[in-house]
Ligand binder design. Sequence first.
Ligand SMILES: [Zn+2]
Length: 127
Amino acid sequence: MYEVTIKKQFAAAHRLLDYPDRCSRLHGHSWVVEVSVSGTELDENGMLIDFKEVKKLVGEVIDGLDHQYLNELEFFSQPGKETNPTAENLARYIFNCLKDVFKTGLKLTGVRVWESSDTCAFYSEGR
Ligand SMILES: [Zn+2]
């Protein structure tokens, strides 16, 4: 099996709900997103998928997050069912946006979201 990973960065604000610490106050992060795609077949260029193609697809999702207040986005602000915009839930959101965009034979392995240089969360779905 082969796996490729790309990294993209964006800036966004959030606040954690019902959290008894300073993270409940509005603040921002420079988030780093790592997206990994796996498969068994390489193309005629010896690539699983061109890094540029993965970056483009991830970029389309990131564009909707960049310089936003994450709590206000539809995914996190369903009336009566707010989702805390943690790194974990952000990884799941990005995973869900990307899970069906890759061509047949490629699997989205997982999404890792770095909130700071030493803390991250990873989301994947069992295979
Ligand atoms: Zn935070």
